[in-house]
Write a protein that binds this ligand. Sequence first.
Ligand SMILES: [Fe+2]
Ligand SMILES: [Fe+2]
Length: 147
Amino acid sequence: MKITQILLAEHVVFHNLFDHIEKSAPKLKTLAEIKSQAATLETLLRAHSETEDELFVAPLEHCFEQIGHRETFHDEHEEIDGTLLGVQKARELKKARTLLLSAVAASRKHFDKEARIVFPLAERILKAETLKALGAAWMKRREAALK
Ligand SMILES: [Fe+2]
Ligand SMILES: [Fe+2]
């Protein structure tokens, strides 16, 4: 499987999680519950973003430079992560919820940009074998993480 297909499949799972958080977070009554949702999202997003950063950004770096996206791709990962870490530091329910929902909104926007711009760019620039080799590298890493 190509790495782009794998990452897009992961996006589908995340969209389900985003839907769930957007629906449930406004009803949560304690800071601890909001923090728990943020921690779950942060943990899952970290694995996804690290894969993108490590397997994907390096081979495409020269293209990102051409379209002026070199910094944004990685920066957006850090920004979203920073917002989610901010949830853990929040002392008020309202503030924590606002941060959590803004991280979800930023993630949706980021994922959309990847699906519209970054992944098609990768499909155009990289050879199918390279995309498949990156997919195999992802699979190997996942197997190692499960051991
Ligand atoms: Fe990403
Ligand atoms: Fe992504």
